[in-house]
Structures are given as structure tokens and as C-alpha cells.
Design a protein around this ligand. Structure first.
Ligand code: UD1
Ligand code: CA
Length: 484
């Protein structure tokens, strides 16, 4: 039985990302459901490495915190001063003296790299038993990037940074993607020989290639099949370009797997979302986080779902939903807002201008128009009339409201929690319901004449901002300011 190859991944993420002009470290900027660094770490998974080292520097604490969340097994290593990519890899390897076999180096700001490309790059490097292999790409505009300089036989001679390149070298359109595979001992040896004799006075990882060529070690170039995979992010305009490229990649994959996307240019689907064949995504729709859409459901147009699941055959039209569960054949929208903890049963309905939070609707229950439903449990086939408000908050505490199976709540009702409307009960339109309505009864509560209870706020809500405002108002009463 052959042993599994031993590998270490090093991700470079210590740089400042100056051109982002951001308080957020560059590698933590989001791109369709993951940070830039998160995307790179997922691609790095193809290496099946024994250990993953992430070199952190600028805003190291933020990057470390993020790593603990998304890749707790990765080891952050601090590069206090950014003396170049070679220096960064040297520090990373110092932290893992036990590293053996292959070292895969990835740039933290190259998020479109595919796992399968990483696998092929490693495969070619290891089967050719090379000391080093660089991922290259042929591009139209190589500005700012390191160039691949080949010898007369087409082999790699060295990699030169643009600022150190001759005019001829600058004309080369084959660029260094900043992604490499090395044999660890060859790498350690060459890193020990790096100089800072260049335009930036830094230790360049790229110089390792020239050094290995000098001592006759085998090095090679792996040309990326899709140059887009090698694009880096330096500013927010590039981040937007990459976001559009990733959107197209994600949408094409879903369409090939049987999802209808009516306007792929305006459907923004996080890489973390899951969709079933025959789901329909209409235009101008964002599906984010852990959202999922089952077969036959129609989402959009103009809808945002965040961490929300949608069951088979449901429709969600012009809605914003966060942390909700929408049951099979349920209908939501238009202009509905579902907040965390909302669970809609089969064939239930949340209609126009309805907001729901932490509430359950049983099978076939309906809240069709202009309502707020907070902390409520609504039974199967209950109907909640237009303009109903579930008043779940008394200014201090939130309480639950229960509406029983097949209950009927008339329009313009306020239900003051905690309160229960029993199964089959009715509430007359325009009622303010503060006590329970027993099963099968009609609750009517319409104010006869307005009554003001003086000093109520001071007595019943002491210490709240409302009580303070009331006190200020009454202190001001009848006061006459003195003329100066
Ligand atoms: C580097 C390559 C260049 C290549 C390009 C691809 C070198 C010398 N040049 O250039 O040939 O075309 O990437 O994007 O390697 N970093 C650290 N510590 C440091 C310096 C950098 O962790 O001291 C990290 C950065 O955060 C970044 C990566 O290394 O993730 C690349 O650094 P960057 O400064 O962007 O290198 P480039 O000049 O773009
Ligand atoms: Ca860069």
C-alpha cells in the first residue's frame, strides 16, 4: 500500500490591501457567501494537506478571528513586518518544522481559483518530481504582475516582477498567478538564499525559481486552463468584476443542473446556497447564506432570501426574508418581510405588506394583508384579517400570542400579548383584544369613548425613557421663563 503524500498548505494573507481603502482587511471582504480568504481555503482543500498555515500581519486579530470561525484547523502565523512573499513563506515554514513532502503556496486574494485546478497543479508537480511548479496564465493585460521568463527551450528561466523587468520582459503576457507548489527541502534551501536586492527591497518568493534553475533543480510551469481563475483583488472595482465572474460561474452550474434562472445577470446566488432542479429564480433576486429552494418553487422577481429555506412549489414574490422557513406550496408577497424564526406551514400565506417575526403559521393559515405578526403561533386554516397587529412588546417584555386552528380574526384588530384566541373563535373587526377569547366564542372589544389614565407611564413604566420624557413634559408644564 502506498502512503498518502505529505503536504502543507501556506496561504499568504499578511498584506495590507491599501487600495481597498477599507477598515476591513482585504482578504475578509465578502464575495458571494465567503470571504476572499474563505474561497482560497476551500480551494486549498484539494491539497488534502496535513496542515494549513495562514500568514497574517495587517489587522492580524481580525483575520485570526475569522479563521477560527471558517477554518479552525488552520494555523495563523504572524508576519509582523511585511518583508515580502519570500519572507512570509520562510516564517510560515519556520512554524512547521515537521512539514514534509509538498508545500502548496496560495495567495489570499485570488478567490476564483478552482479546487480542481489546485489538484491538477499538485498532480503534475508531484508526478514530474519537480522542485517547484508555478501556476501561470496568458492574459491580455499583464500590468503590475510578475512575468514568466522562459529559456530558449521553452523551460522556465525565472520569474521577474514588473518593476524589475526589462522592456522586453514587460512585453511578456504570460504572468505569475502567485500560486505555487514546491518540494519542501528545495524550498527551504532556496528561501535561505533570497536577497532583498530588488526595487522594493523585499524577499521575493518568485526569486526561488531562478535560484533553483541555477543549481539545476527541475522546475516547471502549469498554465491555468481558465485565466480568470488567477485574477487577484487589489481594489473594489476588481472585487466587483470578480463578483460578476463568480455569479456567472455559479448560475451556469445551477442552470446545467436543472434550475431555471430567468435573468442570470441579476440573480446573485451565494456559493453556499442549495437549489433543486425545477426551482425557478426570477430576475433581480439574491439568495444568500444557507438558503435553499426546493423543486417547483418560484423565487422573485425582486426578492432577497438570507438563510431561508423554501419548500416545494412555494412562491416568494418581492420579499425580504431572513432566517425563515417557508413551507411547501406556501405563498409570500408581494412586499413581505419575514424575520428570523418565522416558520410557514404548507399552503400558508403571508400577503402584501405583512411583517412576521418568530412566528409559526399552521397548514393553510393566512395573513393576507397589511399586518404585523410577532411572536405568534397561528393554527391551521386560521385567517388573520387586514390590518391586524400582534402587539408582542409592552416596552419592556415580549410575549407570545396564540391563535387557534380555523380561528377568524377580523380586520383592524390589535391582539395584546400574551393572549390566546381559541380554536374556531372569532374576533370582531376593530377590536383591541387583551384577554383570551375561548374556543368558538366571538370576542368584541371596541372602545366606547376615549379615556386617559393620568400618570399611567410614571406608575407602570418607571425608569423607562417614556417615563423620563413624561416627567420632563410635566416639569415644563405651566413654567414661565424669566425675562433677562
Ligand atoms: C505577487 C508576485 C507576482 C505575481 C502576483 C500575483 C512576488 C514578489 N510577486 O506580486 O509575481 O504576479 O503576486 O498576484 O511574490 N504577502 C504577505 N507578506 C508579505 C507580502 C505579501 O503575506 O510580506 C501576501 C499578500 O497579502 C498577498 C500575497 O502575499 O496575499 C501577494 O502579495 P502582493 O503584495 O499582492 O504581491 P504582488 O506584488 O501582487
Ligand atoms: Ca497582489
Amino acid at each position: 500500500m502506498s502512503q498518502a503524500p505529505r503536504r502543507t498548505v501556506v496561504v499568504l494573507a499578511a498584506g495590507e490591501g491599501k487600495r481597498m481603502k477599507s477598515a476591513t482587511p482585504k482578504v475578509l471582504h465578502p464575495l458571494l457567501g465567503r470571504s476572499l480568504l474563505g474561497h482560497v481555503l476551500v480551494a486549498a482543500g484539494a491539497a488534502e494537506a496535513e496542515q494549513t498555515v495562514v500568514v497574517v500581519g495587517h489587522q492580524a486579530d481580525q483575520v485570526r478571528e475569522h479563521l477560527a470561525e471558517v477554518a479552525p484547523a488552520a494555523v495563523p502565523v504572524l508576519q509582523a513586518v511585511q518583508n515580502g512573499t519570500g519572507h512570509a513563506v520562510r516564517i510560515a515554514l519556520d512554524a512547521v518544522p515537521e512539514a514534509a513532502g509538498t508545500v502548496v503556496v496560495l495567495n489570499g486574494d485570488v478567490p476564483l481559483l478552482r479546487a480542481e485546478t489546485v489538484a491538477r497543479l499538485i498532480g503534475e508537480h508531484e508526478s514530474a518530481s519537480r522542485a517547484a511548479t508555478v501556476l501561470a496564465a496568458a492574459v491580455d493585460d499583464p500590468a503590475g504582475l510578475g512575468r514568466i521568463v522562459r529559456d530558449a527551450g521553452g523551460g522556465l528561466a525565472r520569474i521577474v516582477e514588473e518593476r524589475d523587468a526589462s522592456a522586453e520582459e514587460r512585453a511578456i503576457r504570460e504572468i505569475n498567478a502567485g500560486i505555487y507548489v514546491f518540494d519542501v527541502s528545495s524550498l527551504r534551501e532556496a528561501l535561505g538564499k533570497l536577497s532583498t536586492d530588488n526595487d522594493q527591497g523585499e524577499e521575493y518568493l518568485t526569486d526561488v525559481f531562478g535560484l533553483l534553475v541555477e543549481v539545476g533543480s527541475p522546475v516547471g510551469v502549469f498554465v491555468a486552463p481558465d485565466a480568470d481563475e488567477t485574477l487577484g483583488v487589489n481594489d473594489r472595482a476588481q472585487l466587483a468584476e470578480l463578483r460578476a465572474l463568480l455569479r456567472d460561474r455559479v448560475n451556469t452550474a445551477w442552470m446545467r443542473s436543472g434550475v431555471s434562472i430567468l435573468d442570470p445577470a441579476t440573480a446573485w446566488i451565494d456559493v453556499t446556497v442549495s437549489l433543486e432542479p425545477d426551482a425557478v429564480i426570477d430576475q433581480n433576486t439574491q439568495l444568500r447564506g444557507t438558503s435553499s429552494v426546493a423543486s417547483g418553487a418560484v423565487i422573485g422577481p425582486d426578492t432577497t432570501l438570507i438563510d431561508t429555506s423554501v419548500g416545494e412549489g412555494a412562491t416568494v414574490l418581492r420579499a425580504h426574508a431572513v432566517g425563515a422557513e417557508i413551507g411547501a406550496q406556501a405563498s409570500v408577497g408581494p412586499f413581505s418581510y419575514l424575520r428570523p424564526g418565522t416558520r410557514l406551514g404548507r399552503k400558508s400565506k403571508i400577503g402584501g405588506f405583512v411583517e412576521a417575526k418568530n412566528s409559526e403559521l399552521g397548514e393553510g393559515a393566512k395573513v393576507p394583508h397589511l399586518s404585523y405578526v410577532g411572536d405568534a403561533t397561528i393554527g391551521a386554516r386560521a385567517n388573520v384579517g387586514a390590518g391586524t397587529i400582534v402587539a408582542n412588546y409592552d416596552g419592556v417584555r415580549k410575549s407570545r400570542t396564540t391563535i387557534g386552528e380555523a380561528a377568524f380574526v377580523g380586520s383592524d384588530t390589535v391582539l395584546i400579548a400574551p393572549v390566546e384566541v381559541g380554536p374556531g373563535a372569532y374576533v370582531a373587526a376593530g377590536s383591541t383584544i387583551a384577554s383570551d377569547v375561548p374556543p368558538g366564542s366571538l370576542g368584541v372589544a371596541r372602545a366606547q369613548q376615549q379615556r386617559n389614565v393620568e400618570g399611567w407611564t410614571a406608575k407602570r413604566r418607571p425608569g423607562t425613557p417614556s417615563a423620563e420624557a413624561a416627567e420632563r413634559a410635566s416639569a415644563g408644564d405651566g413654567e414661565v421663563s424669566e425675562a433677562e
